[in-house]
Design a protein around this ligand. Structure first.
Ligand SMILES: CC(C)(COP(=O)(O)OP(=O)(O)OC[C@H]1O[C@@H](n2cnc3c(N)ncnc32)[C@H](O)[C@@H]1OP(=O)(O)O)[C@@H](O)C(=O)NCCC(=O)NCCS
Length: 177
């Protein structure tokens, strides 16, 4: 299917509710095999249940969203927030691309690229001088994609799920000189 049939939408509450299980599915298909299943399900419940942390972010006006839909059904999304990653020397107004998640059938189809272009343009429009993201160091596909869109590794952080602590990397793209 062509990505021209995919629409990028600023979600309302009803679309967000339909996005939650899709976001959970993408997260599970990408990272689920790395973790003990009980810990993983508890983490997902905390994030992706209605009223969980993803829903709470939706109620935060400083968080920007775009959902990719096909005939009204969510197939991916991106979320842009003020900087949350632990960056000591970030410039004032820096933002963070917190998630860019697309269903596997749509990888390589240009949907993620459109979400990324929206994220970069929105951060620029907010006056952000730079944009950060964090990425699991073994997510080679994501790292290639981020490199193509002007990001480079600038630091490290950790991501804890259950007892497991993973080595994540902080990447940055500059949006102005
Ligand atoms: C990461 C993601 C957003 C990228 O979008 P995409 O449409 O798949 O990206 P593209 O196909 O345009 O680009 C991927 C690049 O990785 C390359 N690639 C594909 N599979 C790869 C693999 N297994 N190892 C290394 N590189 C790989 C592609 O050739 C392409 O390289 P290029 O940029 O040099 O041409 C998407 O794959 C996704 O949603 N993944 C699941 C969720 C996820 O991991 N999100 C990011 C969390 S930090």
């Amino acid at each position: 299917m062509s990505d021209r049939s995919v629409t990028l939408t600023a979600p309302d509450q009803a679309l967000l509710e339909r996005l939650l299980p899709v976001a959970r599915r993408i997260f599970t298909e990408t990272f689920g095999s790395l973790y003990e299943s009980g810990d993983f399900e508890r983490f997902c419940d905390g994030v992706y249940r209605s009223g969980g942390t993803m829903s709470r972010d939706f109620a935060d006006p400083s968080v920007h969203w775009r959902v990719a839909t096909l005939q009204g059904d969510p197939i991916g999304y991106a979320k842009l927030t003020p900087l949350r990653a632990p960056v000591a020397d970030a410039r004032a107004g820096a933002m963070e691309l917190q998630q860019i998640y697309v269903l596997p059938d749509w990888h390589g189809a240009g949907v993620a690229a459109r979400l990324m272009r929206w994220g970069l343009a929105t951060a620029r429009a907010q006056g952000a001088p730079e944009i950060y993201l964090t990425v699991f160091d073994h997510n080679e596909r994501a790292k290639r994609f981020y490199t193509r869109h002007g990001f480079e590794e600038v630091g490290r952080c950790t991501f804890q799920l259950g007892d497991r602590i993973d080595d994540d990397r902080i990447w940055r793209a500059r949006l102005e000189g």
